[in-house]
Structure formats: C-alpha cells, structure tokens
Design a protein around this ligand. Sequence first.
Ligand code: NAP
Length: 259
Amino acid sequence: MKLGIEGRHALVCASSRGLGRACAESLAAEGVHLTLLARGREALEDTAAQIRRTHGVTVHAVVADITTPEGRAAALAAHPAPDILVNNAGGPKPGHFRDWDRATWIAALDANMLAPIEMIRLTLDGMAARRFGRIVNITSSAVKAPIDILGLSNGARSGLTGFVAGIARTHVAHNVTINNLLPGPFETDRLLETARQWAADNGLPEGEVLARRRAANPAGRFGRPEEFGDACAFLCSVQAGFITAQNLLLDGGSYPGTF
Ligand code: NAP
C-alpha cells in the first residue's frame, strides 16, 4: 500500500537512534523528506547519511536538545513548515517517588509533556492552513498500565495524553490528526541499558534478564523498532486521515484488558 505522503516533510524529534530513528526510516521509505534531531552529533550524522544513501530523500540533521526553546527553534529553522511531526524525547530514569524533588519532576515534564505540547503549538496552525498535518507522539505503554518505578514517565506522559485528547478533535476537519503511539518493550538502546542496569543491581546475568523479559511477553519477544516505525508511518498516511485522538498500544499483547 502506498501511503500517499511522498514529497512531504517530517520533523522527527529525538531520532538518531531507537524508535525515533525507526519512524524516520519508515517515513523516508515512503519518500518523505526529513528533519532529524538529537543532542549527540556523531550518531545523528551517521543516521542522516545512512537514510540519505538508502532512500534518496533530503535530510536535515539538527544537533539540539528538544527540551529547550533553543532546540525547538533550531528544529523549525531547518524546515519551518513540516507536514508531519513526530514528538519524541528520552524517557525519565526509573526510581522511587520519595527521591524525586521538584527539579526532577520539571525535567520529566519538560521532556515528556511540555516539549511535545510546545511543538504542537508551533506547527498546528500551519498544518491546518495547508490542509494536511499528521502529528504522532511517542509516549509509553505506562500511560495505560502504569509501572511504579516509572512514576515520572506515568505522570508526565499522562499529562500529554490528556492534552492531546482535548486538542486532537479541534483540527481534524482541516485534515490534521494527532495520535499517540504507546510502545511496550522494543529492542532499543534504552531497553538494553535498562536491562543491563537491572541485571547489575540484582546480581543476575544480563542474558537471563533479557530472556525472562522476552518470555514474559505474550509474543515471546521484544518489539522490533521497524514494526514501530511502520505503525508511525501509517498514522502519517493519507489513508489515516479519519484516525485522530487515539492511543495505539504496540506491546505484543502485554496489556491484559479488553479495551
Ligand atoms: P533510545 O534508544 O535511548 O533513543 C533515544 C533517542 O532520542 C536518541 O536518538 C537520543 O539521542 C534522542 N534524545 C534523547 N533525549 C533527547 C533530547 N532531549 N533532545 C533531542 N534528542 C534526544 O530510546 P528509545 O527506546 O527509542 O525510546 C524513545 C522513547 O520511547 C523514550 O521516551 C522512551 O522512554 C519511550 N519508550 C521506549 C520503550 C522501549 O521499549 N524502547 C518503551 C516505552 C517507552 P541523544 O541522546 O544523542 O540526544
């Protein structure tokens, strides 16, 4: 199926690695030009070069922190009128709520709630005026099934989810949709680092921790980043113009509820 977005421009935040990169690759495979953004230059430029080589699309690589106003301005300076916005940033570290002070909470809110809301504020009206826009926020399965040690993520992303539920219906008549993708366990650097840390803290071999986590998922495996990227590209397609304000869980069936 062709997604009808060839020649469009996407701004994919936090995209040198992992799920952001996978979204960028799936969009590029459809002929979408890109602005990629991350803090580390080397991985970002490698990713940009590889996508240019593979897909022949234009790729702007912006070294910036999406949680800052300067970073957001730099992202839009590279291409001021994106048709597609994928909001993403690093996730907060696990921990215990008694250890989190106000500064810790503000950092989590900046990354996983306020930065995406700001990016929506900066792009939504232009998309509506041009009568095409697709916004996808990468959140987490923890929005639907909170995990106690991920309280910063549960809280910040739930705030974003509530905001999106309100705003997403206001612009769909102008062909602008806003949806959230909720990853369960996907095999990215973040997942592997978290498992390594857990193994070290509990005196277990890393391989055993990973094997147990895979076995605990109904699919018997972790998600593949390209599966996530393709789901994102579909939500950005012409065909997905009637899908808005949704929270789509990609978790191999881990969430046990009917809805
Ligand atoms: P990852 O493998 O660690 O990749 C994170 C990417 O984001 C890197 O390119 C990183 O590059 C960039 N980044 C991080 N903070 C940034 C910032 N402030 N400004 C700009 N770029 C930034 O992470 P991932 O697994 O893809 O996860 C992506 C998001 O999904 C995270 O919020 C994570 O918590 C959430 N999530 C992931 C999973 C999973 O299983 N993987 C599950 C649930 C939720 P630099 O470090 O160079 O900036």
